[in-house]
Design a protein around this ligand. Structure first.
Ligand code: ADP
Ligand code: MG
Length: 225
């Protein structure tokens, strides 16, 4: 089942002579449960694309369909709710709340949405990610790799339709990067979680099920489906 689809997606920053065509007609599809890497050099349009996929910013033209919904037909408030319910984010800088412990960080999105945490599901995720002894720690008592594992746990726990990850290993050394990527891959399989990850790192991209290449705001090669 197709869970994500972009159609002729374009994003232009600025206008006239100084206009930057950050996305110049992007078309691809992602199947439910797939782990896709989008790879491209700096400035190729990766972050812009991820912002569009997550409804964080609106395109100049074209569409993004998530779980059958053309998301940019939604008004801003509806889009905010859609994003909170359907999209999980993992960022390079982890984005954990420093005054909350690991467990509180993991359940925060669920509680903000007024739902009860599924304790058994969380325990499975936490054990898979090797965080079971860290639940009472504050984020600044953890290594970068541990903090990113918490961010992964937080994203998975909310059971989003899609997780979007922007250079998730960008702040980690190469060994820790591969460890964290290995765990991201294992959890995506174990919990049948759809993940779209952007990266500039070939070795990291190779761990995904499928690689899509972006160059100058266009899909360059690979198998966009
Ligand atoms: P990447 O994440 O692959 O490095 P970006 O999506 O950040 O690429 O940027 C793609 C292009 O769009 C670059 O030329 C960048 O300078 C430009 N760009 C990105 N964001 C903005 C913005 N807010 N205003 C103007 N230009 C932008
Ligand atoms: Mg970027």
């Amino acid at each position: 089942m197709t869970i994500l689809k972009t159609k002729d997606l374009k994003k232009c920053y600025g206008s006239g002579d100084t206009a930057v065509h950050a996305l110049d007609g992007v078309n691809f599809e992602v199947e439910s449960g797939e782990f896709v890497a989008i790879i491209g050099t700096s400035g190729s349009g990766k972050s812009t694309l991820l912002h569009m996929l997550g409804g964080l910013d609106r395109p100049t033209s074209g569409s993004v369909t998530v779980d059958g919904k053309n998301i940019f037909t939604l008004k801003d408030e509806e889009l905010t709710i859609f994003r909170r319910r359907k999209i999980g984010f993992i960022f390079q800088n982890y984005n954990l709340v420093p005054v909350l412990n690991v467990y509180e960080n993991i359940v925060l999105p669920i509680e903000l949405d007024g739902n009860e945490p599924d304790k058994a599901y969380i325990e499975k995720i936490v054990n898979t990610l090797g965080l079971e002894n860290k639940m009472n720690n504050l984020p600044n008592n953890l290594s970068g790799g541990q903090q990113q594992r918490v961010a992964i746990a937080r994203a998975l726990t909310a059971k989003p339709t899609i997780i979007l990850a922007d250079e998730p290993t960008g702040n980690l050394d190469s060994k820790t990067s591969l460890d964290v990527m290995g765990l991201l891959k294992v959890t995506s399989q174990q919990f049948r979680q759809t993940i779209v990850m952007i990266t500039h790192n070939e070795e990291i991209a190779q761990m995904a099920d499928r690689i899509i290449r972006i160059e100058d705001g266009k899909i360059a090669s690979g198998d966009p489906k």
